[in-house]
Design a protein around this ligand. Structure first.
Ligand code: ATR
Length: 261
């Protein structure tokens, strides 16, 4: 739906299609993408590790987070990138301009793939990142990967960390439809802090609703999804797509129609 919208609006005679590829066939398929008629694509589970290994070159973000989910050709060679990092930060810049205040501190909840992308790209922007995860060992492992600007904590440190935070990001799956609630009190957060949830089903999570009611600027996960799509689109079709209000509404309607109320 997203790529189809941009293709139509930009008048590009292309398509974004689904291919069901088994692990046995994946190497051959990816290494011969052009022969299958593709200029690139997105790769999802369980093929991300294989894609990381198979591409001729990786961009800096893919290399740093250790995951490739977008591929395209440059001078005939297959390149691998990571759209999560781009989508995460492009959405934050778009929805909360000026978020990166002097001495900016972020609290990132989680230590999975989403947190990894957030920690990398926030630390690249000079932000002091505090990862808080239920399983502290995973946060410690992530922090070790990204150097001195990224710190790891268990959930017991959350209250103290929230007091000093300029940005709070949920990168856990808690709060998603069908998953447990996210238990985070916002009372200690300073009023100027921005609250970002990468979860987009529901469109407004309990965390974002609570933050909005308290007067915080909020950033939702749907914007990240749309910006992620824009990253691939630009690489494949050579045109920069815009995340318009109309596109957002189309996708919102689709999510609402598919979400149990
Ligand atoms: P992804 O790649 O999408 O980030 P993941 O690797 O499965 O997904 O990571 C999910 C994250 O959500 C983890 O940080 C997980 O915490 P653990 O490392 O302790 O498992 C976190 N998470 C999932 N459910 C949670 C819950 N109910 N409360 C707190 N954290 C939760």
């Amino acid at each position: 739906m997203i790529h189809g919208y941009w293709l139509k609006h930009l008048g590009i005679p292309g398509a974004y299609e689904l291919e069901d590829v088994t692990p046995e066939d994946f190497d051959g398929f990816l290494l011969n993408l052009a022969a299958h008629g593709y200029v690139g694509g997105n790769v999802t589970v369980p093929h991300k590790e294989a894609a990381y290994r198979l591409v001729g070159r990786r961009d800096a973000a893919a290399e740093a987070v250790g995951a490739v989910n977008t591929v395209w050709y440059e001078d005939g060679a297959l390149v691998g990138g990571n759209s999560d990092t781009h989508g995460f930060i492009a959405n934050l810049d778009d929805r909360a301009p000026g978020w990166n205040v002097a001495g900016c501190r972020a609290v990132v909840l989680g230590a999975g793939g989403a947190a990894r992308s957030a920690a990398y790209v926030l630390s690249e922007r000079g932000v002091e990142v505090h990862l808080v995860n239920r399983t502290v060992a995973r946060a410690v492992e992530l922090a070790a990967r990204f150097g001195p600007r990224v710190h790891a904590h268990g959930v017991d440190a959350l209250g103290r960390l929230l007091r000093g935070a300029d940005l709070l990001v949920n990168c856990t799956s808690a709060g998603m439809v069908g998953k447990p609630r996210l238990e985070v009190g916002l009372a200690l957060l300073k009023p100027s802090a921005v609250v970002y949830d990468v979860v987009y089903v529901p469109l407004e999570t309990e965390l974002l609703a609570a933050a909005r009611i308290r007067g915080h600027r909020t950033v939702d996960g749907l914007g990240m999804l749309l910006q992620q799509a824009g990253f691939g689109f630009g690489k494949w079709f050579g045109a920069t797509p815009t995340v318009t209000a109309e596109l957002r509404m189309l996708v919102e309607d689709d999510i609402r129609a598919k979400t149990p109320q």
